[in-house]
Design a protein around this ligand. Structure first.
Ligand code: GLP
Length: 259
């Protein structure tokens, strides 16, 4: 695992954009996309590179991590719509090649199985972008999620509904159920890049990176993956015991090592 600590959120966004750019230039054809506020700086930077530097997503297929049960893709807070607004429409990603679990599927349990199979057929994902919840969740894998879980329906914790209330009219308006790639599904991607910013993420980041591997902190599953890049600003890095070492590693990288 490589940990990159940046001074600002914008710097973190540029580093995540560098990781994605490196993957695209290296021939990545399947991207895993996350929603939430964490990757927004990176998506803005990718849009700029597309406009000003010709960075292209042509031919790329993208898969979302998760979706709210009950929300159609047209709902402003559905992740299908959010990713369109935040990234797809700002670059040359073909909207027909951007896939996510259907929140409004008549049978969410069957939809979870269908999505997992679709991912398996199209995969492996070359690069998966991830955020992290304050409680250590990845996608919508709440604490207690099996580290080998597949795409399925999960029930959100009260904490996550509270955290996401800002996108709705209040916590009660946040759907109770979600469809999420499982931790086993997510970790089938070849390379994972997790990004977080702000002091409210510091405890979760420290637990994920340096704590025990446990279902109580779903993001700790990253420690079992051979290729992970964690990009955090200083506030989110505040709980990391090995921060000095991570900075040292970054400063003394061997030429061509990449991310
Ligand atoms: C959300 C999403 C996750 C996201 C996380 C953190 O609920 N399901 O994919 O990474 O929680 O959200 P944010 O980036 O807005 O802090």
């Amino acid at each position: 695992m490589e940990v990159v600590i940046t001074t600002t959120v914008e710097d973190a966004g540029r580093v995540v954009a560098d990781v994605i750019t490196q993957a695209l230039r290296g021939g990545a054809r399947v991207l895993g996309l996350a929603t939430g506020s964490s990757p927004l700086a990176a998506y803005r930077e990718l849009a700029r590179r597309h406009r000003e530097e010709g960075l292209s997503f042509a031919g790329v297929r993208a898969f979302l991590l998760d979706e709210y049960v009950g929300l159609p893709a047209s709902h402003p807070q559905s992740y299908a719509r959010v990713i369109r607004d935040e990234l797809v429409d700002a670059v040359d990603l073909d909207p027909g090649h951007v896939h996510g679990p259907a929140g409004d599927a008549a049978d969410p349990l069957a939809e979870a199985r269908r999505y997992d199979e679709a991912l398996r057929a199209a995969g492996p994902v070359d690069l998966q972008v991830l955020g992290i919840g304050v409680n250590g969740h990845l996608g919508f894998n709440e604490p207690g999620s099996s580290l080998t879980s597949r795409t399925r329906v999960k029930t959100l914790t009260a904490r996550t509904r509270q955290d996401n209330a800002r996108f709705f009219t209040g916590a009660d308006a946040v759907p109770r159920h979600v469809l999420t790639q499982g931790l086993g599904t997510i970790t089938e991607a070849r390379h994972l890049v997790l990004t977080a910013s702000g002091e409210h993420k510091a405890v979760a980041v420290a637990a994920a990176v340096e704590g025990p591997v446990t279902a109580s902190c779903p993001a700790s599953v990253l420690q079992l993956h051979p290729h992970v890049t964690v990009v955090v600003d200083e506030a989110a890095a505040a709980g990391l015991a090995q921060a000095e070492h991570y900075r040292d590693v970054l400063e003394h990288k061997i030429a061509g090592q990449g991310y």
